[in-house]
Design a protein around this ligand. Sequence first.
Ligand SMILES: O=P(O)(O)OC[C@H]1O[C@H](OP(=O)(O)OP(=O)(O)O)[C@H](O)[C@@H]1O
Ligand SMILES: NC(=O)CC[C@H](N)C(=O)O
Ligand code: SF4
Ligand SMILES: [Mg+2]
Length: 514
Amino acid sequence: MPFQHSPRKGGDGRLTAALDPHDQGPQDACGVFGVWAPGEDVAKLTYFGLYALQHRGQESAGIAVSNGRQILVYKDMGLVSQVFDETTLASLKGHLAIGHSRYSTTGASTWQNAQPTFRPTADGSIALGHNGNLINTAELAQMVVDLPGPDDELELHTRPQETSTNDTSLVTALLAHHPDTSLEQRALEVLPLLQGAFCFVWMNENTLYAARDPQGIRPLVLGRLDRGWVVASEDAALATIGASVVREVEPGEMIVIDENGLRSHKFAEPDRKGCVFEYVYLARPDATISGRSVHESRVEMGRQLAREFPVEADLVIPVPESGTPAAAGYAEESGIPFGQGFVKNAYVGRTFIQPSQTLRQLGIRLKLNALEHMIRGKRIVVVDDSIVRGNTQRAQVRMLREAGALEVHVRISSPPVKWPCFYGIDFATRAELIANGLTPEEIAASVGADTLGYISLDGMIDATKQKRDTLCTACFTGAYPIELPDESLLGKHLLEATLTSPTVGKALPVLNNP
Ligand SMILES: O=P(O)(O)OC[C@H]1O[C@H](OP(=O)(O)OP(=O)(O)O)[C@H](O)[C@@H]1O
Ligand SMILES: NC(=O)CC[C@H](N)C(=O)O
Ligand code: SF4
Ligand SMILES: [Mg+2]
């Protein structure tokens, strides 16, 4: 049985987006981790793996462990370090485990939607974690309703409100229904029915599974321990636990690991469309995706930005954290000295709280402080990876001016973000994106910069060293590589709308301007 306990407040005082889930900057995609390693402390390995993937999801965390007879799931709201302590980890004993750190994209940020999700099956149980976002959620919800069974608790029309409302739980329910066949066979039937982005790790009592969507939108890697196997969203998590990288899980591939070793199935033809935003912002800089170092990509984006938007200035500074490699590249290419212009509070996570319009600036100031002695009397180039709402830029330009900058030139290592993401990143609606409807000059005026330069689409793509037709660039171009359903069938709160109020889901991400 999974642990059932009520949500509790985080203990280490770190700021997380959960404090104000309605007002956030760009968010990350979830982190998934799985390990099959008899004789190892798999819960501890999963904990450290999730710790390394914390940047991909900061709302809730969970670990499922099996000892061969039963699966235990422990999950809660908060950061990995807030959810788990030594006592809890020590109680999670077994030889295989999966873990998840969530950033919600379908279904509210609630304990019920935290992962791993858990379902009993005819011959045991399964637990599953998901990074990505499905776009045929409505269709899948109907398939779950249509599953045969006397009292299927996931039936949407009878489901109590306190149960889950994420896309992930629908997949768990579909996989769990395998009365006449194995979970492995059932997965090969279910995976081709899913549309959108998914990297899944799941398990039953004795077997670890992993699968990646045919487009390979989100990353997923396979690693080896002396006495076992590991799968993780990013290879940095493998390095953290001392595992070596074997290879990426291929788009359209399902991997099965048990006492007989590793089996691979191809459940769909690959059609690679990796998320370019992983290279820009999402992944850790020490990740390698599709053979390309994320750090090298970011530095190269900075160099290219310097070639496309040179300016006479005295100092190049980054907006920590994610702007740092691009700023280094800009400085190198331009010959302008690189320096630290901001200090970042190490206890403020990737996303920062913006509790109200008045406190928004204070929230950003809590994260970043200008170093006045570096700034005063200088012409500054400030480099960041992206502008979404423009809050960060507006605040930091003001801080630089207050610190005595003579000029502030903003350089951004991705093109203007103009379109929402439906594949695992919960960007704002189109109307909230500052680049939707404003030219770069107007954005410069809006954030108070002297000049503003965005890297070109070609420049960004070239820096990733990936072929253009193997990348998703939809949030910059509006060209969605997996065809979207009707707008009425999209939205973070689609299932909550179905369950509670027909209007809830209609308030969220839409393609058209209001
Ligand atoms: O235009 P906005 O809506 O302000 O969003 C853009 C900012 O948000 C992200 O930083 P974030 O603070 O999330 O993470 P980081 O510390 O990894 O840079 C990104 O790197 C930009 O700095
Ligand atoms: N960001 C993600 O990968 C989210 C996974 C899943 N769609 C959820 O909302 O739980
Ligand atoms: S829309 Fe943007 S963030 Fe979403 S998968 Fe495509 S490139 Fe990545
Ligand atoms: Mg940032």
